[in-house]
Design a protein around this ligand. Structure first.
Ligand code: PEP
Ligand code: MG
Length: 595
């Protein structure tokens, strides 16, 4: 007799994106995780070989198409990566050996193929030659592609899920999230990817609940199970009974429990300290979003528009006209509120193959952000031109990601000047005086913020990256999450240096990393004199209310006291104490009186 599954098993994880979702579990591990050796009948051997050939043909076809798109977008240099991969996928001799093994051992294609690939990778990984090591990445990329065809999984599979689905896996790329969001996926459970990973940012911007944790995938959670996830508390309920399901359905239908609920119901949002100092609040957007009209209604502009998600949405680069239409539409919608368009920040955990990006050994320290743009000049100029044209439609500002040196700003400004001249000559309307800003998210940028501030019109501190680069702790790697310390004195000093440099040069400074949306850090950031906090829209109401509880004068004293603390623990103790005061301000009063 089959055992009835236990009901209402509660697992706990880290909340990544708020809201409640109910659905059926689908487990998506790396393709290799699902492969088991299967014996097949002699009569099925030829069909199995045909399946392998079919998957290989698909992969080659897909690679050809990606290659031509990349060449159009970036230029001939991008073709090289794909040529290498096409060659690997077309290696007759290799596939002949795999087919022979299928015949000899009468086994399934994916197992035979994966075994052969693993053996090759094993040999290459021991190689000292960097060329051979790069081949490891190329072979792995081809293998992923072929296996995902053989297994019928992956973002490339065409069909949506029949039932509302909660996708369970190790981690998902921004591209996969965008693809699955359109295919009946209502929630995500992941083993990796902390709350400031790009995966988390994009899930939040789509308003899909998500939790990260150790869920015992394949044991406690297997495909087909019924799940409830509560992204506010981090709770997962496996096999909920009828009553629990009813309760959560009710909770889900209550708007306030959903990620954008409070924002949609807000009457006004302003962050004014009790002594009158106002901090500008702005929203981070990844795609023209479900809450834009409410932001406009509440007078909130866009402090950061992550344009690279235009790419992830379609897995192909939008041309100038398409980009212009998107930028112009958002500029018009928010006009006269500012809209800060950040140029593509690809690379790192935002890998884009059409940029000709290869899997790098150390992607966070690799070809990322402005570095890619300055190398892929054609693509960069197309984007700058589209942005410049959109300046005629509203209050557009241009922001540059991953700046590490003043030279990158000078080079960009030269491109901009040239494009402005072209537009003038062609009589195309644009704002010649468009504000250009630099992201401060690398310690070298923070330490040269003074020089950068002399070249640009505003600075914007990206704490998500600034923390990872200062602490040498990957923002998406849960194994080092305890080293990813936003309140470390080193990080706070870099923020402070940046704010001072901006103000000494008479320009404004925004904080647009996730730190900007935390109540714990608010008194410190406000006290430093940060002009604007830009955050995920869901965080705006709480931050505005929180900032209105204290005085700027107290926050200023507090910030200078915190800057003298020598360890992260001491800073945390001070932040917690301030938090507790502010939390109880309804009855009492927070006065930071310590010298
Ligand atoms: C940051 O690094 O803080 C930032 C805002 O940029 P992103 O999260 O897109 O890397
Ligand atoms: Mg960043």
């Amino acid at each position: 007799m089959r055992e009835t599954p236990k009901e209402n098993i509660i697992l706990k994880g880290v909340p990544v994106s708020g809201g409640v979702a109910l659905g059926e579990a689908q487990v998506l591990r790396d393709p290799s995780f699902q492969i088991v050796r299967r014996q097949i009948p002699a009569a099925a051997v030829q069909a199995e070989i045909a399946r392998l050939d079919g998957a290989r043909a698909h992969a080659v076809e897909e690679l050809q198409s990606v290659k031509s798109k990349a060449v159009r977008a970036v230029g001939e240099q991008a073709a090289k990566v794909f040529e290498a991969q096409i060659m690997i996928a077309s290696d007759e001799q290799f596939f002949q050996t795999v087919s022979e093994r299928i015949i000899r051992e009468r086994i399934n294609a994916e197992y035979a193929y994966q075994e052969a690939t693993a053996a090759t990778l094993d040999r290459l990984m021991k190689a000292k030659d960097p060329y051979l090591r790069q081949m490891v990445h190329d072979i792995a990329a081809v293998s992923d592609r072929i296996l995902s065809f053989l297994l019928g999984v992956g973002a490339r599979a065409e069909n949506g899920f029949a039932n509302p689905t909660i996708l369970v896996g190790r981690i998902f790329s921004p591209g996969q999230i965008m693809a699955y969001a359109k295919r009946n996926v209502v929630g995500f459970l992941t083993e990796e990817g902390g709350p400031t990973s790009h995966m988390a940012l994009i899930i939040r911007s789509l308003g899909i609940p998500a939790i990260q944790g150790d869920f015992g995938i394949g044991e406690k959670i297997v495909a087909g199970m019924s799940l409830i996830i509560d992204g506010n508390s981090g709770e997962v309920i496996v096999n909920p009974d009828a009553e629990t399901t009813r309760n959560y359905r009710r909770m889900r239908s209550r708007k306030l429990a959903q990620p954008f609920g409070v924002l949609l119901n807000a009457q006004a949002i302003a962050a004014v300290c009790r002594d009158g100092r106002e901090i500008s609040l702005a929203a981070n957007l990844e795609i023209p979003g479900p809450v834009d009209e409410h932001l406009v209604r509440l007078g909130i502009g866009v402090g950061l528009f992550r344009t690279e998600f235009l790419y992830f949405n379609k897995q192909t680069f939008p041309d100038e006209e398409e980009q212009y239409q998107t930028y112009a539409a958002i500029a018009r919608r928010f006009n006269p509120l500012p809209v800060t368009l950040r140029t593509f920040d690809l690379g790192g955990d935002k890998y884009a193959e059409e940029f000709g990006q290869v899997r790098e050994d150390n992607p966070a320290l690799g070809w990322r952000g402005i570095r890619v743009s300055l190398d892929a000049v054609r693509l960069f100029k197309t984007q700058l031109r589209a942005m410049l044209r959109a300046t005629a439609e509203g209050n557009v500002r241009i922001l540059l990601p991953m700046v590490s040196d003043v030279g990158e700003i000078s080079e960009t400004l030269e491109h901009l000047d040239k494009i402005k001249r072209e537009l003038r000559r062609a009589g195309i309307p644009h704002n010649d005086g468009v504000a250009v800003g630099a992201m401060i998210e690398i310690p070298s940028a923070a330490m040269s913020a003074d020089y950068l501030a002399q070249k640009v019109d505003f600075l914007s501190i990206g704490t998500n990256d600034l923390i990872q680069y200062t602490m040498a702790a990957d923002r998406g790697n849960y194994r080092v999450s305890r080293y990813y310390i936003g309140h470390h004195p080193a990080v706070l000093h870099l923020i402070h240096m940046t704010v001072m440099a901006a103000h000494e040069n008479g320009i404004a400074v925004t904080v647009c990393g996730e730190m900007a949306g935390t109540t714990l850090m608010a008194p410190f950031l406000v006290g430093l004199g940060v002009d604007e906090l830009s955050m995920n829209p869901t965080r705006l109401p709480e931050l505005a209310e929180w900032i209105s509880r204290f005085r700027y004068a107290d926050a200023k004293r507090f910030a200078s006291r915190v800057l003298r603390l020598t360890t992260a623990d001491k800073v945390m103790a001070a932040l917690t104490e301030a938090y507790e005061y502010v939390e109880h301000l309804k009855q009492g009063d927070w006065r930071d009186e310590q010298p």
